[in-house]
Design a protein around this ligand. Structure first.
Ligand code: HAM
Length: 419
């Protein structure tokens, strides 16, 4: 016997009817970005490994442990993208998009890959919807980006998410803060592995979930209290703008993101309905990334929202996203009218009425059962006597009521009933 085939471990699949919700989420999240003038980019799913090592940061878990890296037949090291930002930057630099009007505003959506331990809401292949605005450090861009994500989640129907917001400072103030933090961490009773982590990125230690470490970190110096005047002003304006847009946020001075490129405004969208994997989206500024990747020294800001987790959050809130049925109408042929029934179904589809039909020779009972199972609210019964009279029977599956309708009028009558 052939071995049973199954999808790879940690890879979710979305089938009808849930897949309809999936598509609606993608559309709903993208609309606010489209309304704000972001243009769509379709980017490669794999890139040169060096792009992610330089862009995401060698010390991150994403790069050091989670990348799907392979060598192609030409001996090149390639990696399935673990996130979208580095690829967008590469594309902007390569095609000189930053030589025109700034900021360059782009959106993207697609699969990302991280070899994480799979659990509810944490997958090895997942979908991100993201935007990036490159080439302006105006705080109004920061507020725009955060508001677009919030509006997207609201369009999906979410009401119970939270925005954690902080500023991670800049090349002026971060080094001094880093020293302050390193000095503080030196005085603590930490195990060797944590000390090693602190050497690579001391900010990460602030994110330690262990109670013994957390207790010692209570009085740790925080970046938010050590911002330079420029960063402090910038962050103040971002907050004022968000307030004026009625976007609620929580100040989260201990927020640590999993990627290394962040500067200044940094944020995470959190949903408590998801358990451990509560981050449904996140992003921030990355003012040194473009020059790090060989481009101009331009600032940028963006976010990545996890579609899989957004769907879980919508389900946790009991949101009904997709329409009740994926069909408006089901055609049942009676007797030898098969091709006419198929022709009628084609006509209705072309008129924008979602239509299916009973194929083959099922007989009336079998065909009515199929109509019932299809979930369509309306059924058209087409027999040879009806055809001769130029009519069909239109039946409501809700009330059972049935009327004769001239075939010439069927699109108009159905559209009226569906509106
Ligand atoms: P990130 O926080 O690593 O940021 O990922 C963004 C979102 O992708 C997360 O909030 C989460 O919803 C989803 N996600 C990440 N890993 C997984 C996983 N293993 N399974 C399911 N969902 C996952 C970024 O990727 C940045 N590129 C965002 C950004 C854009 N920053 C600036 N511009």
């Amino acid at each position: 016997m052939l071995p049973k085939l199954s999808a790879p471990k940690g890879v979710p699949e979305y089938l009808p009817p849930t897949s309809a919700e999936w598509l609606l989420i993608k559309e709903a999240l993208a609309q606010p970005a489209v309304n704000a003038g972001y243009g769509y980019v379709e980017l490669p799913i794999f890139e040169d490994t060096a792009l992610f090592v330089r862009g995401v940061g060698e010390s991150t878990d994403v790069v050091s442990k989670e990348m799907y890296t392979f060598t192609d037949r030409g001996g090149r090291s390639l990696t399935l993208r673990p996130e979208g930002t580095a690829g967008v930057m590469r594309c902007v630099i390569e095609h000189g998009l930053d030589r025109g009007q700034l900021p360059v505003k782009l959106w993207y959506a697609g699969q990302c890959f991280r070899a994480e331990r799979p659990q509810a809401g944490r997958y090895r292949q997942f979908h991100q919807f993201g935007i990036e605005a490159i080439g302006s450090d105006d705080p109004a861009v920061d507020a725009e980006v955060i508001t677009i994500a919030d509006d997207g989640y609201r369009a999906v129907g979410l009401r119970e998410h939270r925005i954690d917001l902080t500023s991670l400072g800049c090349a002026q103030c971060r080094p001094a803060y880093r020293e302050l933090l390193v000095g503080f961490l030196d005085g603590l009773d930490l195990d060797e592995a944590t000390r090693e982590r602190a050497k690579i990125n001391p900010l990460r230690v602030l994110d330690d979930k262990r109670e013994s470490v957390r207790a010692q970190l209570e009085n740790a110096p925080l970046m938010a209290d050590n911002l330079c005047a420029d960063c402090s002003d910038h962050f103040g304006t971002v907050r004022e703008l968000l307030d004026s847009y009625n976007v609620n946020y929580t100040l989260a001075p201990r927020l640590v993101r999993g990627l290394d490129y962040y500067t200044r405004t940094t944020f995470e969208f959190v949903h408590e309905g998801l358990g451990a994997q509560s981050g449904i989206g996140g992003g921030g500024r990355y003012d040194g990334l473009m020059s790090e990747l060989g481009g101009q020294d331009l600032s940028g800001i963006g976010f990545g929202l996890g579609l899989d987790r957004t769907l879980l959050a919508a389900q946790a809130e009991g949101r009904q996203l997709a329409p009740e049925s994926r069909l408006d109408c089901f055609v049942v042929p009676l007797g030898e009218v098969g091709t006419k029934a198929a022709e009628l179904a084609t006509r209705l589809r072309r008129a924008g009425i979602r239509t299916d039909l009973s194929f083959g020779t099922r007989g009336l009972r079998g065909a009515m059962k199929a109509a019932d199972r299809s979930g369509a609210p309306w059924v058209i019964i087409l027999g040879s006597s009806e055809l001769e009279a130029g009519n069909c029977q239109l039946k409501s599956m809700k009330t059972g009521e049935q009327i004769a309708v001239p075939l010439t009028d069927i699109e108009t009558s159905l559209k009226e009933k569906l509106s």
